[in-house]
Ligand binder design. Sequence first.
Ligand SMILES: [Mg+2]
Length: 243
Amino acid sequence: MKTRLVFSDLDGTLTHGVELGPVFFDSISLLEKQNIPLVIVTGRSKSWAHFLLTHVPYLKHIISEGGGNLSWRDEEGALHDKLLVDAREPMRLIEATNKLYESFEDLELSADSFGRETDRAIELGWLKSDPAREKQIKDFFDKENVSWSESSVHLNYWCGDISKYTAVSYFLKAHTDCSEDECLYFGDALNDESMFKHFPLSVGVSNIKDVLDKFKFKPSVILEGAENEGPYGVYNYLSNHLK
Ligand SMILES: [Mg+2]
C-alpha cells in the first residue's frame, strides 16, 4: 500500500548521535516532493516541539513527551497544544517527583525537564553511573505506579496512559483520513517499542543494534551497517521505499 504519512522518532533516528545535520533536510525534501507529511514522535519536551514547528516549516504536527502532548502550527503560524492524558496525571507526576527528590537528594533531572508537562526525564549518564541507585529509582517508580522508559538519551517517567502508539493512534483518527497501513514509522530505542508492536510497517535504523536484545517487539524492518545509522538509514530507506 502506498505510504501517505511518515512518523519518526527524533534522537538517534533523525539525528546522528546528537547532530541534526543536512541529511535530515534531505529526507524532508524527499518527502516534500511526494507531498508526504512527516510527524516527529519524540520523548523530548513540548518546548522542543515548539522549536521544531517554528523553525522547520515542513513540520505541521509533533507528538512530544513520549506521547503526552500533541502540538501543531495553524495556517496563521500560531502554535497549539493538546494534552493527551487525563489532566489529573500531570499533578500526580509533580507529587511523585517531589517524593523522588526526598529519596535521592542529588537527583539530576534533564535540563529540558523544565519544559515538560506530562513527563520528566533523568539523564541516562547520571542514572547509569550507579547501577544500585538506578535499580532503587526504577523500583520507586514501580511502587508508586509511575511508568518509565529509556530513550537513547533519557530515562523518561510519567503518570497515566501515555505511549507513542496511543498518541499516534489518536492523531490518525482526529487529524487524518489515513489508516495505519498507509503509514511508516522510524525509531531506534526502547521508547519506540509501542510503535514497533502495533504498526504494520516500522523500521529500526541500524544503531538499534545496541539495544535490540532488550525488545519484546522489534521493528518489522531492521537496517544494518554504518551507512544506515540514524538519519542516513531514514534517508536510504525512504529513497528506496518511495520510488
Ligand atoms: Mg530515539
